[in-house]
Write a protein that binds this ligand. Sequence first.
Ligand code: XMP
Length: 506
Amino acid sequence: KILILDFGSQFTQLIARRVRELNIYCEIHPFNKIPEIDDSFKGIILSGSPYSVRQEDALHFDFARYHGQLPILAVCYGAQYVAHFNGGEVLPSSTREYGRAHLHYIEKANPLFKQIYPGSQVWMSHGDTIASIADNFEVIASTDSVRVAAYQISGTHTYGIQFHPEVTHSIDGRQLLENFLVDICGCSQDWTSDSFIETTIAELREKLGNDKVVLGLSGGVDSSVAAVLLHQAIGKNLHCIFVDNGLLRKDEYQSVLDSYQHMGLNIKGIDAKQRFYDALAGISDPEKKRKAIGRVFIEVFDDAAHEVQDVKWLGQGTIYPDVIESLSVKGPSATIKSHHNVGGLPDFMKLKVVEPLNTLFKDEVRRVGKALNIDDNILGRHPFPGPGLAIRILGEVTPEKVAILQEADAIYINNLRAAGLYDKVWQAGTIYLPVQSVGVMGDERTYENVVCLRAVESLDGMTADWCHLPYDVLAKISNEIINNVKGINRVVYDISSKPPATIEWE
Ligand code: XMP
């Protein structure tokens, strides 16, 4: 495997994904919490950083300790760091060093540039540049404005590059990474969904033995894939719990429960709608709603888990970005909304935690899910927030509003599917606004509520753009909702991006 040392760059996760796309396993660790280097590590990649090596508080690590021990590829800040603290000089760069550039010189026989030829386009993004390098460093590639675009410490397997091979604008970035990983580090490209499933199931069996595990399913991709892996490892010793909180989409509880049963999971469905509605009565503050839902979920889940005799473990669908976030150089990022994901660990349950997906990115979880033959109906689902429709009903939640929103939402989603748009949209949902407006139905004046349609494109939910849905589809949805959903006489479409808006309204 490959060790990626994170100095806080926004591109670090992208480096990891590129390495894994080459079927090579890698782990990201903060530059100041480096794990013990054993034989399983074949090379190190140093990431970029928002810091400058010239700053007083530049991020330091013990380069000398690793140089020569394993091949090193230092990217951007990493490259500047190694150059600067080994006899070279780093200075502020001119604006010409942003964006696209071309490597007009490449050292012909250098293994890092195998099958990469002069003229290759690369992507630069740095505020500093390497002005000079020590005598034992050798320039192995240059652009018109950057002489030291890439270097090698002579006679060693330490390389530095000032451009970003992980972004697609660096046309030969993938080739460069493959050259480093396969030819220089000697990694084999055998990390695939199938190999992941095989080793994970073996590890789970070893770890869990004959112990029982409880796991809260949410209908989402992560908890479903985690459940199927655990199920394949320990069969009936996995006890799944699926809670109907009364805040799911129309008919979702039954259809998801059916899918899970069909997959052979040992699952218990719990109708707790009323407990959630009772807890939400009179609350209109979004964070208080989330807290109430989180609390009731834990109570319901805990009751159900206690019915399983001698349970020792809590299974969770935690994925790698959550783990990285909690370990990150900058610390967990500021909480804008508290996200109570279904299955949050109730401390008092005193269970050990097992998280079979905590080394995978979201797209890898989907691929593993596919390899496990999980239904497309579950794998292809839009993300759906744990507190569900409660945060799509602005203001107080009542069962009546939930019923109205479920109807409107079902019309919206069915139309997206019928128009072939569902899979093109990253997330869609309907929001019930606490606003009444005047309308006319036949000869009657109406005074009813407004629903808002939301559809966004996104990669990971961190940023998002509103979808330009075709007008005719919007028109059809609006007509159907207004004609069929009693209580709604107006439909609007949300055209805000994130940031500055968020995807949900609460
Ligand atoms: P925002 O609204 O913050 O949403 O732009 C980003 C993503 O997170 C989901 N979301 C939640 N998920 N519990 C969850 O499990 C929550 O409380 C919650 N709030 C927002 C949202 O649906 C989107 O995918």
